[in-house]
Design a protein around this ligand. Structure first.
Ligand code: G4P
Length: 529
């Protein structure tokens, strides 16, 4: 096997998705601890006045104790080279989150055992199903009172529409949590919480289900319940069909407690075995094999001013095939230019390391002289295919952007355009007034705060954001149509995007239908590719 094939085979690139507070950061941290990438717990995310925040780049994140921008972390474990793509875990999220999922080969979904599937998980999950990538479920916080285990599985199946296959099974929860039973090996990993100096961890002992010693830990009632449940499961649950797992139709489910470091290493081991090495990707020339010798990558995220000391712009690209060699020229398909990628870096959260080589599955950040756009393809010199574009997700919140200091028009326009180019916001202009009324559209409202903060801090422009009542956006299919000829647009806002395409903003779906009913032949589109 060639070195390249070897390197690519051992790559695993995945995203962790969860509702805020389900335990994504804690789980990530435990993974990194196993990989030796960090040596103290608490270093992935620092909440207010706590430790150094590895995954937080912007001050606003630190202030709020949340991670706004998605980061990438690489570590080695058991001869695997693992790339975790971190997705923001707060209520609001931006298109960045969606795009990050476009760069992952599989997803780990963390669910709080006491809450089941929560709103944010549903949205993120839908993007995963769009791409048919494998989804693994980790049901966390078993040391707290949990929902009934079968109800939890039903919840995943009914709300998310994916089948489940428990790989292990919990014995009790909360104070009565005694461990998990591994269905394949028939071994129980027992759980005994210990608390030492504030840091929680658990004593984990492996015992066979028939071992007498187990009966000292698990009382008769629990033991009986376990044997009944196992019987029920073996008879009724879905079999572990890896074909279905690989298509994202069946999710292997694991139980544990990230905070107590219980069930984590076991999960990691199973996960790494079951998940896939970098997948082929669709391009204008068909599927591209990740193991082909030729380098190719696509840009899934652009971030300006990550480091205030270097006012730079970084384009994050996911390598899709071959090996990246910093000394070789590459071809940027969209600009038709041959170039060397400048200062290629790999990111371990906030620390950067310049890399000379990287392989399919890895993510590198390169210095971007305002050349790249999201979705762009970079190939080995001599190749010219394009990867499928990343869809534009429809913004759901809109606000008028009012610039407070009219002297700073130039900086203001530079700021909003650059931030829009990164994909953090989408920009629109009033249909009649044009750029004298600028409207920003976002997927999650927190992006408005980020926009305001960045315009003030990075571009020195004070702005006021006036929220608009619209929540639905539709592109008008016939781009030459004069929107002023349309009827019944009383509560509808007419706008144009930056490419002068006409659009309509609506407050609810009922009005969309009403407008369609009153304007024969009008065709509206939900997405613009
Ligand atoms: P997130 O990234 O998904 O938002 O969740 P995070 O890991 O920050 O965890 C949210 C809270 O849940 C944290 O408590 C964390 O300690 C706790 N937690 C995570 N895993 C477990 C678990 O297995 N059992 C229990 N009981 N708690 C868990 P916090 O008080 O909000 O923050 P902190 O002060 O502990 O950092």
């Amino acid at each position: 096997m060639s070195d390249i094939t070897n390197e690519i085979n051992r790559r695993r690139t995945f995203a962790i998705i969860s509702h805020p507070d389900a335990g994504k950061t804690t789980l990530t941290e435990k993974f990194l601890l196993y990989g030796g990438a960090i040596n103290t717990a608490g270093s992935v995310k620092g909440k207010a006045n706590s430790k150094y925040a590895v995954s937080d780049w912007m001050d606003i994140e630190k202030e709020r104790g949340i991670s706004v921008t998605s980061s990438v972390m690489q570590f080695e474990y058991d001869n695997y080279c693992i790339n975790i793509l971190d997705t923001p875990g707060h209520e609001d999220f931006s298109e960045d989150t969606y795009r990050t999922l476009m760069a992952a080969d599989s997803a780990v979904m963390v669910i709080d055992a006491s809450k089941g599937v929560e709103a944010q998980t549903i949205k993120l999950f839908k993007v995963c199903t769009l791409r048919h990538i494998p989804i693994f479920t980790f049901i966390n916080k078993m040391d707290r009172e949990a929902m009934d285990t079968f109800d939890l599985l039903d919840d995943i199946e009914n709300v998310l529409g994916i089948r489940t296959c428990p790989i292990n099974w919990p014995i009790g929860s909360g104070k009565a949590f005694k461990g998990v039973y591994d269905r394949e090996s028939k071994i129980v990993s027992t759980f005994q919480a210990i608390s030492s100096g504030g840091a929680k961890s658990a004593i984990e002992t492996d015992l066979s289900i028939d071992d007498n010693e187990l009966r000292n830990i698990v009382d008769d009632m629990q033991y009986e319940k376990l044997t009944e449940e196992i019987e029920l499961l073996d008879g009724a649950s879905d079999e572990l069909d890896m074909e279905k797992v690989s298509k994202g139709e069946l999710s292997p489910v694991f139980f544990g407690s990230a905070l107590n470091n219980f069930g984590i290493e076991n999960f990691l081991k199973y996960f790494l075995k079951m998940t896939t090495s970098p997948l082929p990707r669709q391009s204008s020339e068909g599927l591209i094999d990740p193991k082909s010798e030729d380098f190719s990558a696509f840009v899934f995220k652009i971030q300006a001013n990550m480091n205030k000391n270097h006012r730079d712009r970084i384009a994050f690209m996911r390598i899709c095939s071959g090996k990246f060699d910093a000394s070789k020229d590459v071809y940027h398909v969209q600009s038709k230019r041959k170039l060397k990628l400048s200062q290629p870096q790999q990111l371990m959260a906030s620390s950067r390391k310049v890399v000379d080589e990287a392989y399919a599955g890895d993510v590198i950040g390169v210095f971007d002289p305002a050349l790249f756009s999201i979705g762009d393809t970079i190939c080995a010199s001599g190749k010219k295919f394009e990867y499928e574009g990343i869809p534009t997700f429809a913004p759901e919140h809109f606000a008028r952007l009012v610039q407070l200091d009219s002297m700073k028009r130039k900086q203001f326009m530079k700021g909003v355009n650059e931030i829009a180019q990164e994909g953090a916001i989408q920009l629109f202009q009033d249909y009649q007034l044009g750029m004298s009324e600028i409207i920003a559209g976002v997927v999650g409202v927190l992006q408005f705060d980020v926009l305001k903060y960045r315009l003030e801090n990075e571009y020195g422009c004070d702005v006021r954001l006036e929220p608009l009542p619209y929540g639905y956006i539709r592109w008008v299919k016939d781009t030459s149509l004069d929107l002023n000829t349309l009827k019944r647009l009383n509560d509808v806002k007419k706008v144009k995007d930056m490419k002068e395409n006409p659009l309509l903003l609506f407050t609810n779906e009922w009005i969309i239908n009403m407008v369609l009913d009153n304007n024969e032949g009008l065709e509206l589109l939900e997405f613009k590719k």
